[in-house]
Design a protein around this ligand. Sequence first.
Ligand SMILES: [Fe+2]
Length: 190
Amino acid sequence: MKDSALVKPPRAAAPPPHELQAFGALADVPIALSAAARREAVDNLNQLLADTIALRDLYRKHHWQASGPTFYSLHLLFDKHYREQDVLADAVAERVMQLGGVSVAMAADVAETTLIPRPPKGRERTGEQLARLLRAHEVVLEEARAMARSADRAGDAGSGDLIVSDIIRTNETQVWFVAAHRTATPAEVE
Ligand SMILES: [Fe+2]
């Protein structure tokens, strides 16, 4: 993904009377980062948050709906990855707040923001579950690398470190575990 392709959510000019801070509005926080740098990071991190929540919930769905000879191991693995993605979502959401933004949170808002394709409501075979998870990880990893470059350019080391040390490293490790369950050998896959 090119940096310019990162999705920018719409911004509200002023919060409605019942809101403390509108989604898209930026609070002033004294962390020695410009408003422009914080706004760019908030927009990027909210996209990353929506995709992380969607991937987390995809693991939960597959944890419940696993089947076949590998049911037990995948049932446990999907639950482990679900919990790890939940930790990541919390870290990204709190980083958005630290930057003065408002984190995306609810399922309906996640659904209209995420770039991860929506799975069917029904139960899928193990191979399709694995392929769907790997595609979702690639969405996250591709945008995360672009966002890390963006954070680096803006001098936002905190966001960059979170994206690289937590998001990218955890997702790459999870891909390793999921991909190793595919029946094809690496040579056959390539
Ligand atoms: Fe469970």
